[in-house]
Design a protein around this ligand. Structure first.
Ligand code: FES
Ligand code: FES
Length: 172
């Protein structure tokens, strides 16, 4: 039987340098949830269809269920736990907007939605309806019907523009 050799996986996760030994094909999703205890990133389809596991890798939204350890070693990774407002205790304006506009019901898709919204607003600070739909096209929600999510993204765009928070805003 062949034994898989581990790699020394290093990355900056939510602003902190992390280093662990993992098999090269270990999924980033499992590294985050099981090795680093960052369970805000959710597991659902596990085949890149739903966006529940979305994280930012070097600022780009990626499905962590499809990302192997060797593919993201050395990257800067931001998960939902890495977003906050002006202080670590405050919500990020995107999180506030989802709360205020009812952009969730069960909440299972919400971390992925918020991460995709962050990526969208970093790229297009005031997106139109079509740009919002395209920006969130990799995220599925089984509960809300998307109306609240659309309103939340529009409201988040206004809040982020108003507050001009630096990007990305990461945790301690
Ligand atoms: S769990 Fe990764 S895309 Fe669905
Ligand atoms: S709020 Fe339940 S899946 Fe979106």
């Amino acid at each position: 039987m062949t034994k898989t050799t581990g790699i020394q996986w290093q990355a900056v996760v939510n602003g902190k340098a992390r280093e662990i030994e993992v098999p090269p094909s270990r999924r980033l999703l499992d590294i985050l949830r099981e090795d680093l205890d960052l369970t805000g990133t959710k597991i659902s389809c596990e085949i890149g269809r739903c966006g529940a596991c979305m994280v930012l890798i070097d600022g780009e939204p990626m499905n962590s269920c499809l990302m192997m350890a060797y593919q993201c070693a050395g990257s800067e990774i931001t998960t939902i736990e890495g977003l906050h407002g002006e202080t670590a205790e405050e919500l990020h304006p995107i999180q506030e907007a989802f709360l205020e506009e009812g952009g969730f019901q069960c909440g299972y898709c919400t971390p992925g939605m918020i991460i995709s919204t962050k990526a969208l607003l970093d790229r297009i600070p005031q997106p139109g309806e079509q740009e919002i739909k395209e920006g969130l096209c990799g995220n599925l929600c089984r509960c809300t019907g998307y109306g609240g999510i659309m309103r939340a993204v529009e409201s988040a765009a206004d809040k982020c523009a108003y507050r001009s928070l630096p990007s990305p805003v990461v945790g301690p």
